[in-house]
Design a protein around this ligand. Sequence first.
Ligand code: FAD
Ligand code: UDP
Length: 381
Amino acid sequence: MTDLVVVGAGLYGLTVAERCASQHGMNVLVVDRRPHIGGNAYSSVDPDTGIEVHEYGAHLFHTSHEGVWEYVNRFTSFTDYVHRVYTTHRGEVFPMPINLGTINQFFRSALSPDAARALVAEQASELGGRAPQNLDEQGVSLVGRPLYDAFIRGYTAKQWQTDPRDLPASIISRLPVRYNYDNRYFNDTYEGLPTQGYTAWFERMVDHPRIEVRLGEDFLTPPGQVTKSTTVGQVPVVFTGAVDRYFDDAVGALSWRTLDFERDVVSTGDFQGTAVMNYADTDVPFTRILEFRHFHPERDYPTDRSVIVREFSRFAGRDDEPYYPVNATTDRERLSAYRELARAERGVHFGGRLGTYQYLDMHMAIASALTNVDQVAALRV
Ligand code: FAD
Ligand code: UDP
């Protein structure tokens, strides 16, 4: 007998399933419309080269949350990979996020931290002390006009296909600016990649006699055996698909950005010398190139071939994979209406990135699932 149906085998669904089975002794059925578990964090081995490729864009695990770090280490160990990103602007490569190295290279200077701060403050003075109202103003106030125009304006326009003056300031608040030469991308205490790959990690999470996984089944579209019409009201459900789709777009569709990935196997053992190279200028159509071998320097990969992926960003159409919530004003209004509908849906818990229409990093999806698991175990139909 099934005690709980979990729709979506991403990290939110997997964590809920694992905890409900192990901690609450529940029989859990996990369904996903894709042919694999792991959601967007899924990776596979490229057949030509043996290189592990993150199928839905680069996924770097990082967290400062002790409970999450302890939890994930039950299923996998992590390498000591530290993420660093570079960006190409007008034919020159600079370190990201913007740090003293970027500033001194850009201005052909040898400024000290204090001198760099003073220069940026002067170049940010056009706001006249006013609080930034949008991403454009936030960018200028963070790094000053010249650095903003070089490294943020074009990249953001490509990434969001929206004038930065129409985007919320919060999008780049998570991008640090450092007045020293530290060019680590993340500030978290723990960081690394799963030693044996993402799939081995996820398989260990569902390796439990009380967990059954069914792949290739869409919960919202018949003829699946486990669908909304056959399940809701009969068995408690955790739904981690898109909340608007669950309610058949009742108050309108929420907008998302999607990504297109163009993959190539190139005949060199090292294409760009680093895992992620951003392209800041708008005359280059893609936002970045990923070279997957660099995520695992400890592995014995071929020395004459490499896998690269160019990433293009655009608004998602009805049939595209939703990746990043756009969160425009209409979206926020619709979201509160969906939240009301979700609260009234007896026996169904909405969670994860799609279910809550929130950008969640992996550690945030896991933390949220760990917090909500008791509430899920108490669901009644
Ligand atoms: P998902 O992983 O999206 O899982 C949802 C699952 O539900 C999917 O497998 C989907 O097929 C399934 N589903 C949806 N609808 C249905 C339906 N109707 N029926 C059946 N199944 C359904 N996080 C980091 O920590 N570090 C990173 O570097 C990082 N990089 C990212 C890069 C990109 C391009 C993206 C998009 C995300 C990135 N993330 C990163 C975020 C990470 O992917 C999420 O934290 C994680 O996916 C959240 O898990 P989830 O379970 O909420 O959602
Ligand atoms: N960003 C930028 N230039 C860069 C990298 C990031 O302008 O070289 C901005 C851009 O608006 C982006 C945001 O910072 O959307 C967050 O970047 P991050 O790398 O965290 O996220 P992602 O690229 O996955 O959206």
